[in-house]
Design a binder for this molecule. Structure first.
Ligand code: 4NP
Length: 157
């Protein structure tokens, strides 16, 4: 069976999308689906390329037994050809991804979605950026994502 590839995208690729990626990896491990997927994350911005995820997010995730191992990278034109799904954390990311796709010669086959379209419990239409806020913001992002990332997995499996 061909693997399904999923790319989670936020602005910096150090808070929200690495958390979404790690939550997705943890979910597919629990369901025995690891071999069915390729999972990655990226940022629309370039500031943090090569960096580990924000330590506040890594610590908050570890308390839930979720390990965030990714290193930041920026989304590229190739991603539109290589991923089945590109999943934005907020409306701004979504627009930036669409704009990049429109400027890309190869239109690609990726389906571009917003993660909160798959929410079932929380009303948030976007995943709020926790970077400039307090520690509680990181836990709230994880709460939201545990719901919507699960909703996304349910929608495709
Ligand atoms: P993220 O959070 O998009 O969830 O990774 C941010 C991280 C860094 C910055 C903005 C958002 N920044 O401006 O450096």
């Amino acid at each position: 069976m061909k693997k399904i590839s999923v790319l989670f995208v936020c602005l910096g690729n150090i808070c929200r999308s690495p958390a979404a990626e790690a939550i997705f990896i943890s979910l597919i491990e629990k369901k025995g689906l690891t071999d069915d997927f390729i999972v990655d994350s990226a940022g629309t911005g370039s500031w943090h390329i090569g960096k580990k995820a924000d330590s506040r997010m890594r610590v908050a995730a570890e308390r839930r037994d979720i390990n965030i191992l990714s290193r930041a990278r920026q989304i590229t034109n190739n991603d539109f050809d290589e991923f089945n799904y590109i999943i934005a954390m907020d409306d701004s990311n979504f627009r930036n991804i669409q704009n990049l796709k429109n400027r890309t010669a190869s239109a690609g086959f990726a389906s571009i979605k917003k993660i909160q379209d798959f929410r079932t419990v929380f009303n948030e239409l976007e995943v709020p950026d926790p970077y400039f806020g307090g520690d509680e913001g990181f836990d709230y992002v994880l709460d939201i994502l545990e719901d919507s990332v699960n909703g996304f997995l349910e929608s495709i499996s």
